[in-house]
Design a protein around this ligand. Structure first.
Ligand code: SAM
Length: 241
């Protein structure tokens, strides 16, 4: 007999994390977050979206880790957020569930994952979410619709900071921010990304250790030079140095 609690019920450690972040969730939001996790883990049986599948880790490392960005987005009074390399929807879908007045664009290059994001947003009734099946390097060159138009760009587990900066900063407006969820080697990545920060007219304004990771905040100071982002694949193949 399986006596672990259903995935829709968050473990006590998740409540503790929310209190430490000073986040108060409505019962309806917790219900939607649980439904999202169920859909994610169900789809994960058909194609690879995550390695984390046990109940408590999924709430902490998927939902909790995503929500560590919530206070930063709320305090910035952001209205337009774009998430790069959304994969199974992290951190964007938990944020879209808990910030219904903010519009979220999710960019994912793999078609199957983008389809999952689209159908999951629809199943959860998230009217503030749109999904683009495409590459950040292309979206970042689209002046009419995306380039320099977002208050905040988010990304988790998409690449090292020196690569990620070229994928994300062209999308932020001048004065806007990139919020990157990183691990324990955040400071090494920041040091390695100095040339990229310089070339892309950005600087790191904060690093914040959370219970689940490290949030690096980058501010865009001036417009991105026309050269960036380079063509698809180039930022990863030859990171700025
Ligand atoms: N952000 C999710 C998370 O934290 O679970 C997914 C992380 S997964 C390791 C990285 C995702 O980024 C993959 O789904 C990949 O297809 C996508 N990706 C990588 N490079 C990309 C690019 N240049 N443009 C758009 N998506 C990209």
């Amino acid at each position: 007999m399986n006596d672990s609690p259903p995935i829709a019920v968050p473990p006590p450690s998740f409540g503790t994390l929310c209190r430490s972040l000073q986040i108060e969730l409505e019962p309806a939001e917790i219900d939607r977050l649980g439904r999202f996790l169920s859909l994610l883990l169900e789809a994960n049986e058909r194609f690879n979206l995550t390695r984390i599948t046990d109940h408590e880790s999924a709430w902490m490392r998927h939902i909790g880790d995503s929500l560590t960005l919530l206070p930063l987005i709320a305090s910035a009074r952001a209205s337009r957020v774009i998430d790069i390399g959304s994969g199974g929807g992290l951190p964007a879908l938990p944020l879209a569930i808990t910030l219904p007045d903010v519009s979220f664009v999710l960019v994912e290059s793999t078609g199957k994952k983008a389809n999952f994001l689209q159908s999951t947003a629809a199943a959860l009734g998230l009217g503030n979410v749109s999904v683009i099946n495409g590459r950040a390097e292309e979206i970042g060159r689209d002046r009419d619709r995306h380039r320099e138009q977002y208050d905040i760009v988010t990304a988790r587990a998409v690449g090292k900071l020196n690569v990620l900066l070229e994928l994300t900063t062209p999308l932020a407006r001048v004065g806007g921010h990139v919020l990157a969820i990183k691990g324990e080697r955040a400071n090494e990545e920041i040091a390695e990304a100095k040339p990229a920060l310089h070339a892309l007219h950005c600087h790191v304004t904060n690093t914040l250790r959370t219970e689940t990771g490290t949030i690096v905040t980058i501010e865009k100071q001036r417009r991105t030079p026309k050269l960036y982002p380079r063509r698809p694949g180039e930022p990863k193949r030859a990171p700025l140095r």
